[in-house]
Design a protein around this ligand. Structure first.
Ligand SMILES: NC(=O)c1ccc[n+]([C@@H]2O[C@H](COP(=O)([O-])OP(=O)(O)OC[C@H]3O[C@@H](n4cnc5c(N)ncnc54)[C@H](O)[C@@H]3O)[C@@H](O)[C@H]2O)c1
Length: 305
């Protein structure tokens, strides 16, 4: 039994359809608002439910706001009441309010941090409490949380201080949740997807559409096999990882890692430290930028210019 948040459109919809094809009962969560997170509409979630049911699967719609702690609990409860259990939680819902840092408003910051970061914490928190109860009751669990980070978060993208900070935090949250929930049999991973959806129309809109019948690296359905694979019982020992996905390229990213060590016998003298830093980094040190890093992660399939 799987819950997919933000599954009324885009990448989440494909996750929900793929999990249903694998036989999972699905809660299709979606608030149905605009790209900026304004308004609400029950239609997107219901249409995905209808699609799953027409194909012979089992699904129910849910329109809870994932950034609301109580509503997220209601969503988990609805799944348990309807299907008797929860095995998989895919946190995917998201919005965008891009703006350069110097112009960003408090609302633009708060809304994006809320939907993404709190919108990952709240459902995970309630599902985790439920799984802990079951584990304490003596069950051996093979439960899954799959989070959604972004190249913007793990590599850093100009104009997305709010979104990228939330997505970097989701990658950090994934590592900590993986460590905490391992003892209950719950794995926690995250994906950094790339797909043509309403969220990326501006970014990817210029890319030439694939020739008829050829593979489209930006099809949102390309993300779903990873979610299905990580959800399998056999994936029990894969946890705390962040997967960059571009078409057929899946890069298991290295997390923050130990790097250049500068060591002194005692406390550093600031002038000496700066001298050593300049010596160690003769060209200086600065982020490579998201596009360069995406190329490095996706290899030859990278086409964003
Ligand atoms: N498309 C990409 O290339 C790309 C790249 C990196 C990360 N992502 C991430 O992938 C996820 C899916 O994005 P998408 O591209 O499919 O966009 P999308 O806008 O098509 O889908 C997001 C869905 O989330 C829903 N949603 C928004 N706020 C919600 C809330 N508070 N509660 C419940 N549902 C809510 C929306 O109604 C929408 O249907 C997002 O987390 C996004 O940040 C996408």
């Amino acid at each position: 039994m799987a819950i997919v948040t933000g599954a009324g459109r885009g990448i989440g919809r494909e996750h929900a359809l793929a999990l249903a094809r694998e036989g999972a009962q699905v809660v299709v969560n979606d608030l149905g608002g605009s790209l900026a997170g304004e308004g609400a509409d029950a239609t997107p979630a219901q249409s995905v439910v209808d699609e799953i049911v027409r194909a012979g699967g089992e699904a129910v719609a849910n329109d809870d706001d994932v950034s609301d702690f109580g509503a997220a609990e209601h969503m988990i409860q609805q799944a348990i009441e309807r299907f008797g259990r929860v095995d998989i939680l895919v946190n995917n819902a998201g919005i965008l309010r891009d703006r350069m840092l110097v112009n960003m408003t408090e609302d633009e910051w708060d809304a994006v941090i809320a939907v993404h970061l709190k919108g990952h914490f709240a459902p995970t928190r309630h599902a985790a409490a439920y799984w802990r109860e079951r584990a304490k009751g003596g069950e051996t669990l093979r439960a899954r949380v799959i989070n959604t980070s972004s190249p913007s978060g793990v590599f850093g993208n100009v104009g997305q201080a709010n979104y990228g900070a939330a997505k970097a935090a989701i990658a950090g949250f994934t590592v900590i949740a993986a460590q905490e929930l391992q003892r209950y049999g719950v794995t926690v991973n995250c994906i950094a997807p790339n797909a043509r959806t309403r969220m990326t129309e501006e970014t990817f809109g210029d890319l030439p559409p694939p020739e008829e019948g050829s593979f489209d690296p930006l099809d949102p359905a390309n993300m779903a096999p990873l979610v299905v694979a990580l959800s399998a019982d056999d994936a029990q020992d894969l946890t705390g990882q962040c997967f960059f996905v571009w078409g057929g390229s899946i890069n298991v990213l290295r997390p923050w890692d130990a790097g250049e060590l500068l060591s002194a016998e005692g406390r550093w003298d600031a002038d000496e430290l700066l001298g050593q830093l300049k010596e160690r980094f003769p060209e200086g040190a600065a982020p490579a930028g998201m596009v360069a890093m995406m190329g490095k992660a996706g290899g030859q399939s990278m086409r964003v210019g």
